[in-house]
Design a protein around this ligand. Structure first.
Ligand code: SF4
Length: 113
């Protein structure tokens, strides 16, 4: 089960413009004080930025992720998952037959789309 920090980060990452802290605690179903602690942990960990924001005159923070979530589709060539995931070979990319095969599959997939 993901921690509340992981859930919060996922929500923040899912929105390119970020999320207001005053909305985040409602989305997470926690109270605003606990949300402040979660946000502080994420901020102190360098995972998010926070910018002061006035929402109908009330001070809150716009929370944005320093890294956006990666689209898993980018790791696929058709049905083929990129071989680098969990690869434990000594990597010399230019000489790797696995990545060459995967790139070939990617080219075929893109031509067929
Ligand atoms: S390029 Fe080849 S050797 Fe390098 S990580 Fe990917 S699959 Fe492994």
């Amino acid at each position: 089960m993901p921690s509340i920090e992981e859930e919060a980060l996922k929500i923040i990452q899912s929105r390119p413009d970020g999320v207001l802290q005053s909305e985040l605690w409602k989305i997470l179903g926690i109270d605003s004080r606990k949300c402040s602690r979660v946000v502080k942990k994420l901020f102190d960990g360098g995972l998010i930025d926070r910018t002061e924001f006035r929402d109908e005159g009330i001070k809150t923070y716009q929370l944005t992720s320093r890294q956006q979530a990666i689209d898993p589709a980018l790791f696929m060539a058709g049905e083929e998952l990129i071989p680098c995931i969990a690869c434990d070979l000594d990597c010399i990319v230019e000489q790797c037959p696995l990545i060459l095969d995967w790139m070939y599959e990617l080219a075929i997939t893109e031509v067929n789309e």
